[in-house]
Write a protein that binds this ligand. Sequence first.
Ligand SMILES: *[C@@H]1O[C@H](CO)[C@@H](O)[C@H](O)[C@H]1NC(C)=O
Ligand SMILES: *[C@@H]1O[C@H](CO)[C@@H](O)[C@H](O)[C@H]1NC(C)=O
Ligand SMILES: *[C@@H]1O[C@H](CO)[C@@H](O)[C@H](O)[C@H]1NC(C)=O
Length: 242
Amino acid sequence: MGSLSSSAFGPVKPSSFAVLLVLLLSCSSFSSTEAYDALDPTGNITIKWDIMSWTPDGYVAVVTMYNFQRRDIQAPGWTLGWTWAKKEVIWSMMGAQTTEQGDCSKFKGNIPHSCKKDPTVVDLLPGTPYNQQIANCCKGGVINSWFKDPGNAASSFQVSVGAAGTTNKTVRVPRNFTLKAPGPGYTCGPAKIVRPSKFVTANKRRVSQALMTWNVICTYSQLLAQKTPSSCVSDANQEDAP
Ligand SMILES: *[C@@H]1O[C@H](CO)[C@@H](O)[C@H](O)[C@H]1NC(C)=O
Ligand SMILES: *[C@@H]1O[C@H](CO)[C@@H](O)[C@H](O)[C@H]1NC(C)=O
Ligand SMILES: *[C@@H]1O[C@H](CO)[C@@H](O)[C@H](O)[C@H]1NC(C)=O
């Protein structure tokens, strides 16, 4: 290792070395920055995964995203991804769809909706046929802010998962959740098993509950969304910036 003052690029002035150092330090701090939105420090998007029934080879879940941010999630809306823990597949979905089916060639007869290890899900558009809808779906991924319009602050889809655990002891939570809402800048924490959600019927005469529930919390950071210097990381998502 040569000394600083005799590098191949000639003498390095202390001032330019300082600039380089600051740049390097800021690069490394970007990659370790916790998602944090200075304009909305407590804002978050909470994803709730409610298992509604077990099936012979998996389960049916309703996944609901709540926009606990001050601002709306505008068109083109949310995009949610995750990585399955094992070899799970999606037999079918209502109220949303995966963007790619992936390789389902080992299946005969019934072909899953998606066989991808890391599916990417988007909302369906308004005007979707009723038999493909569930409550709170099909708004093109738009979710209003809980603080402005609580009645329209959720977006849901139903997913039927196969090749999965069939009890609350054998089911595996998906990993590495990713969210664009609509652009980059979101960081999602791990899925955490929480107390099962309760559902009150419209006439308030009966309360049912999920068989099992896990939550994922995603938060937004302007730093991640806008200021990630291209000289530090090559961000494949950058062209999606709003
Ligand atoms: C998410 O936001 C909601 C509503 O402001 C808040 O009640 C909840 O504590 C927040 N969750 C986290 C983990 O920050
Ligand atoms: C799993 O189900 C059993 C009873 O069916 C219950 O006692 C237990 O708390 C559940 N565990 C989780 C993690 O939900
Ligand atoms: C999740 O992401 C981390 C870091 O990007 C990676 O090391 C890990 O292998 C991923 N896990 C899965 C199950 O894909």
